[in-house]
Design a protein around this ligand. Structure first.
Ligand code: 99T
Length: 208
């Protein structure tokens, strides 16, 4: 199968990783050509901006040159392109529950990426400690919810909710290695240990 689609991505991007994990889980890696790009809010890439006006990755260019962007939209699209069990429930309460858990996992990612940009891109004398602390609080409240209210549900399926949280925890390990979330959220740590062994997670690990 020769690739008919192109994915703008970066190995460090957890949003791109979600797409790549779903491609592995649904047997579609051969359909997508991976195009690595470096983008930050202060270093836009003209090619990405041409295909996705907001300049963010991931963005998926289809065979007919139409472009789909935002990881959640791309996951939804790709989940309609395979014949196995859907990784986003198509209907019923499961659909809204799993999408809501995925959205909370994405909120962890949004906060962690904002922390990365604030600490890595913004000059140190302009960094805003209170703002950083409140992004960290968003992460803490969300992980506490997953630990206390959702870990059993997560264990039931490796789907959009689980993929999003697994990529979120992987990103915390990558960008905030001293956070020590495992000691506070032991059930999440055990769940993450198991899902990290999946080939889709092993083959998409962020760079060391
Ligand atoms: O904000 C920018 O201009 C460039 N940033 C991005 O493209 C980041 C890369 S993660 N992507 C997103 O923020 C996508 C969010 C969107 N809602 C989605 O696709 O779900 C880079 C992380 C890192 O380098 O540490």
């Amino acid at each position: 199968m020769s690739p008919s689609m192109t994915l703008y991505h970066n190995p460090a991007s957890p949003f791109s990783r979600k797409v790549r994990v779903l491609l592995h889980e649904t047997g579609q890696t051969g359909r997508v050509n991976l195009k690595p790009v470096n983008v930050t809010p202060v270093n836009p890439n003209p090619e990405v901006c041409h295909d996705n006006p907001c300049g963010k990755i991931p963005a998926l260019v289809l065979a007919d040159n139409h472009v789909i962007h935002d990881s959640r939209v791309i996951l939804d699209y790709l989940d309609h392109q395979h014949v196995g069990n859907p990784l986003i429930p198509r209907e019923g309460s499961a659909r809204w529950r799993r999408l809501t858990l995925a959205s909370l996992a994405d909120a962890v990612l949004d906060a962690a990426v904002l922390i990365r940009y604030e600490t890595f891109l913004r000059p140190q004398d302009k960094q805003w400690e209170e703002w950083l602390a409140n992004q960290s609080e968003k992460i803490a409240r969300s992980l506490e919810y997953f630990e206390n209210e959702a870990v059993t549900e997560l264990s039931a399926h490796f789907d959009i909710a689980s993929i999003s949280l697994a990529c979120g925890l992987g990103y915390l390990d990558f960008r905030q290695p001293d956070l020590g979330w495992r000691s506070t959220y032991s059930r999440l740590a055990s769940w993450y240990y198991d899902v990290s062994q999946r080939p889709s997670m092993l083959e998409t690990q962020p760079p060391v």
